[in-house]
Every structure is written in C-alpha cells, then in structure tokens.
Design a protein around this ligand. Structure first.
Ligand code: AMP
Ligand code: MN
Ligand code: MN
Ligand code: MN
Length: 281
C-alpha cells in the first residue's frame, strides 16, 4: 500500500496524551487545514486511534495509526521515536506501552514533591485534573496547571523555569530503551521515525552515535520537517537523511490551538531529493 500525499502531517497529539483536542476534533481540524494524510501519535498511548480513524473515514481523510514512544538513551537523555503504520492490536506493542505508561504516575508524584520544595504546591492533583488518567499524566499537564495558578504566562515559560532538564521540577525517568522501542514497532509492522531531532540536547558526536544506533536497530526515517525546527535545522536534517539513507517525515507535533510551534497541516514541502516516509507505508 504505497501512499501519495500533498499535505501529510504525521505527528500530533489528542486529549489521550497531552493534546488539547479530542481525537475527532483533531481530525476535523486537520482536514479543515488541508491535510490529506494524517497520523495520530499520542505519547505511549493507542487509545485515541479508533475514534480518530472513525472520524477520518467519515470525512474521507487517509489515516495512519501511530504512537510516539518515550525512550531513555545514554546517560540521561530522553528521545522520542514516532511509530507509524503500526498494528494497534499487536500484543507486544500494547504490553510494552502499558509498561512505559505505568511509570508516569510515580514520576508525577516525584515531580510534585520536588516542586513542593520550591514552594509550588498542589501540582499532582492540579496536573491530573487536566488529563484524568494517572497513566497519561505528563509535564504538559503540570505546565497547564502552573499557568492556571499564575506562575507563568504560558506553558513554554513553565518549562523554561521549572520543568526542563536541570530545573527544580525535573525528575529523571527511565522510559523504554531504544532497542525495546524498535522491537515493539517492528513487531507491530510499523516504521520507526526519529522525532524532532532538533530538540535533543546532544553534542554532534552523540547525535551521530544516536543516528547510527537507530539505523542499526532498523530505524527507517527521521522528521526532517518538524514544527519545532527552524529553516536551518530542516536543511541540516535533510542532509543527514540523505547521508544515512533515512526516509523523511513531515510532522507538526501539533498539541492544540495556542500551545504549539505550528498548527496542524501548515508545514512547508519536504526539501528536494528525499524519500517521503509515506512511500514506505
Ligand atoms: P513528558 O512526556 O511528560 O516528559 O512531556 C513531554 C512533553 O512536554 C512534550 O511532548 C511536549 O508536549 C512538552 N514539552 C517539552 N518541552 C517543552 C517546552 N520547552 N515547551 C513546551 N512544551 C514542552
Ligand atoms: Mn507532548
Ligand atoms: Mn516529542
Ligand atoms: Mn509529539
């Protein structure tokens, strides 16, 4: 099943992780913005896919099942691997993601305890009110609660002051290993894509090492276009995709109106001379 697309957007989030729109509303917005091939990729979670697919089918929009897996790499670096075109009924993938999600509640309690120490209280309950399910709670929910409390003007400032690595509310956490993530994705018949490489805080040497390992484990694509990338980064990752023979993805990483780098479906075309990842579906 080779897919063609003029406006593919293969990375976004719904209320089943840290997005602001329900899966159905997200799909409607994507179609309204001209997306013609869409993947929903909630963090470590497949629960939004049936609703998204049903809405996409109703609207005649081509839909790909996806998930964004949290991975711990090296000393204490978190990287994200987007899985595309997976079988959401695959037992080992489901089991693996359940395991990854199981750590979120304890991590959130630890984060709240750290924030208590700097005089910011009620964050665990506050964050939970934004997501409902302790297995899905993440830093974006903390950030929304902290904005609501008037601690900062927007979510990004909360990350800059409290939640990013090295800040008082940051708690190191063991996610899946790169090898586990790739094994689950391949077992579920999916394509592994390195998400928003421009956001990883790695040295050039470490980054090359990550690309080499990812390639050796069967990784097939990288997000050349990401809502989080500037033009210079897009050029740099296009070059690396050619050099490592990775396919290229288009990925807004949309989380919700007013809270994202870029709206869904608003990415520029892929740079020349790259193989679009959707040709592998
Ligand atoms: P978690 O999986 O709980 O560590 O949360 C990761 C999520 O936090 C990302 O997917 C983004 O939605 C959000 N995030 C991370 N860094 C930032 C940032 N600097 N500004 C805004 N949101 C961020
Ligand atoms: Mn997120
Ligand atoms: Mn991510
Ligand atoms: Mn994402």
């Amino acid at each position: 099943m080779t897919k063609t697309a003029n406006n593919a957007d293969l990375h976004c989030h719904s209320t089943r992780s840290d997005g602001l729109l329900s899966p159905a509303d997200l799909v409607r917005r994507a179609q309204g913005n001209g997306v013609d091939l869409l993947a929903l990729t909630d963090h470590d979670e497949l629960g939004g896919l049936p609703e998204a697919r049903a809405t996409a089918t109703e609207l005649g929009l081509a839909f790909i099942d996806g998930v964004e897996i949290s991975v711990s790499w090296g000393e204490d670096t978190t990287v994200h691997i987007v899985a595309l075109n997976i079988d959401p009924a695959n037992a080992s993938l489901i089991q693996g993601l359940t395991q990854v999600r199981a750590g979120r509640d304890a991590r959130a309690r630890d984060m709240a305890a750290e924030l208590d120490k700097v005089g910011i209280h009620g964050c665990y309950e506050g964050a939970l009110a934004y997501v409902g399910n302790p297995a899905l709670v993440g830093r974006a929910h903390f950030a929304r609660y902290m904005v609501e409390q008037g601690l900062a003007r927007d979510v990004k400032s909360v990350f800059d002051h409290w939640l990013a690595k090295g800040k008082p509310g940051y708690v190191a956490h063991p996610w899946a290993s790169l090898e586990q993530a790739l094994t689950w994705i391949q077992g579920a018949g999916g394509i592994a894509v390195l998400a928003h490489p421009g956001r990883f805080r790695l040295s050039a040497a470490e980054f090359r090492q990550l690309l080499e390992q990812f390639k050796a484990l069967g990784g097939q694509a990288i997000e050349v276009l990401s809502g989080a990338h500037n033009t210079q980064q897009t050029g740099e990752f296009a070059r690396l995709a050619r050099q490592f023979d990775f396919a290229a993805s288009r990925a807004s990483d949309f989380h919700g109106p007013g809270e994202s780098w870029m709206d869904i479906g608003k990415l520029p075309p892929l740079p020349e001379g790259l193989r679009p990842v959707w040709e592998l579906f």
